[in-house]
Design a protein around this ligand. Sequence first.
Ligand code: FMN
Ligand code: SF4
Ligand code: SF4
Length: 257
Amino acid sequence: MKPKSTSIYVFSATGNSLTTAKILHHEIEDSRLISIASVLHENEIVEEAERTVFVFPIYFQDVPFPVKMLISKMTWSCESPEIIAVSTSRKVQKTDEVYQRLHAELEKRGTALSDAFSIPMPGNSWANEPDEDELYLNQQEAAVLECLKYFDRKREKDYSSTDLKQTAVSVLNNYRGIISDDSCIGCGRCVQVCPMNNIHLERGKAIVGDNCAVCLACFHWCPKEALWMSKNMADGRRKKYQHPKVSFEDIVKMKTR
Ligand SMILES: Cc1cc2nc3c(=O)[nH]c(=O)nc-3n(C[C@H](O)[C@H](O)[C@H](O)COP(=O)(O)O)c2cc1C
Ligand code: SF4
Ligand code: SF4
């Protein structure tokens, strides 16, 4: 049988979703990998593939804003496109609500979520401790290959919901109050990795704006302890996390096609 043409769209700040998407891309014949950050500025995206896969991190039980922004510009040219979500998050947990939110965005575009899978990965958020990072990193490839086995399964699940409340990550602002301090050396690495182009340098210091998707790429890739990831200084710091197979250059590259 001819393989289904597949487009894999990925959003990633610290590499968990990027490496997951790369495994899928490697395994799925006739697939192409597209970084969401590289197409965000486009006005319209017409997707021609028979199957679309969205790979993204979960943010506070929601889908990252850039993924929703992308979907709001998308249309599908084939009659009944298959749309699959693959989320990465700290642990496989109650993900139904996340997929219902994604489905709601797809419904606005006249389509629907077909199926969804969750890959447990190290956490890169405020509260996450690196307790089981090694375990999840070691299991990542097997977990992705396992979910691939079910890509063509019969679908029965309905992701519709009438009871979805807006979450903090549904809107763009700097609600966590990400800021830089005096230890900033003006290297511009945060400017380079920010998928929203929300950071600029002023007199050699990084200034963070309000167009923030709270992805924390800036925090995790800053070479100095110059960025605080919260206005609440008590939880403004944690150990930095970067997927061991992903470099700073890999994340920067995600902003260009
Ligand atoms: C703002 C924010 C919120 C998060 N919320 C959750 C969450 O609700 N549940 C969870 O399991 N992980 C949560 N995480 C952890 C990420 O989903 C997880 O580490 C993900 O794999 C990171 O993907 P990336 O490396 O591709 O950016 C959160 C991370 C961030 C930055
Ligand atoms: S990455 Fe850190 S040190 Fe470099 S400009 Fe940004 S805040 Fe300053
Ligand atoms: S300012 Fe930082 S947290 Fe906000 S979108 Fe840019 S890189 Fe992500």
